[in-house]
Design a protein around this ligand. Structure first.
Ligand code: SAM
Length: 249
């Protein structure tokens, strides 16, 4: 089933839309168009609330993130809801924090829609790694210093540091590494990086709660950042970036 074209959002189809880091003015024009046209919006907590100003008054809003301590619906239930709403002839927006192609389980929703014969498109968004780089005023690449950027998840299905991480790649001084979902496991990762020969002085940053008034930035070395996450773990969602590209001056 082909994706819908950029100018059409037909009834009975789905758009996986990237909300970016949460600020309304970092939504793409296409994302805003889809939100204005949507009959049903299924959204994550991390998508923020700014997007709501673009919706039709009679839109059906479905929160599918963790709310007030309740567990989030299972992924297969979210996929089922998407298919069910589109099957009723609705224009369905599945709004995801950042970019739908980065750690967003979009593959499962794409497959569910395609298996049901429902047209589905992806509307990209600003992923947290690049939004965090903007927040700290840094470039993720740097000529002659950082020629590779790697986007990595800091936890496996059980919430632990994934056992099969490529430590040599993660300790590569010529790379900039952006860790999603890593605030609990970063100290364990740093131990392994240093054991592998990475300098403990490698610069790092934590950017917490991007796109909200509570945005906070911490900068230090990887060793200091790991120590801080042990003694003072931030409550909000965090992007952790490290690498020589972050060197100031
Ligand atoms: C399931 S992943 C979603 C990633 C998202 N699709 C993207 O492209 O940014 C969730 C992780 O993204 C990062 N994240 C998402 N929103 C964030 C925000 N507003 N501020 C800081 N980090 C955020 C955190 O590392 C969080 O644990």
């Amino acid at each position: 089933m082909p994706a819908t074209s950029s100018s059409h959002f037909t009834p009975g189809s789905v758009a996986l839309v990237g909300a970016g880091p949460g600020d309304a003015d970092l939504l793409t024009l296409r994302a805003v168009k889809r939100l204005q046209q949507a009959d049903v919006v299924l959204y994550d907590d991390l998508a923020g609330e700014d997007f709501m100003s673009f919706l039709k008054p009679d839109v059906e809003l479905v929160a599918v993130g963790k709310r007030a301590g309740h567990p989030s619906p299972r992924q297969d239930e979210v996929s089922r809801l998407i298919v069910a709403h589109a099957g009723r002839g609705k224009r369905v927006v599945r709004l995801k924090a950042g970019d739908p192609a980065v750690f967003a389980r979009s593959d499962e929703e794409l497959r569910a829609a395609r298996d049901a014969g429902i047209a589905i498109e992806i509307v990209p968004g600003v992923t947290t790694a690049t939004a965090a780089a903007a927040a700290i005023g840094a470039s993720l690449t740097k000529r002659g210093v950082a020629r590779r950027v790697q986007l990595v998840t800091g936890h496996d299905v059980d919430g632990r540091l994934p056992g099969d991480l490529d430590i040599a790649a993660l300790a590569d001084p010529a790379a900039t590494t952006c860790i999603y979902m890593g605030k609990a496991t970063f100290p364990a990762l740093v131990e392994r990086l240093i054991a592998h020969g990475m300098s403990p002085q490698t610069p790092a940053a934590i950017v917490e709660s991007l796109g909200s008034p509570e945005t906070r930035v911490y900068r230090g070395t990887i060793a200091e950042t790991a120590a801080r996450l042990i003694t003072n773990r931030p409550p909000g969602a965090c992007m952790i970036i490290y690498g020589l590209a972050l060197e100031e001056g």
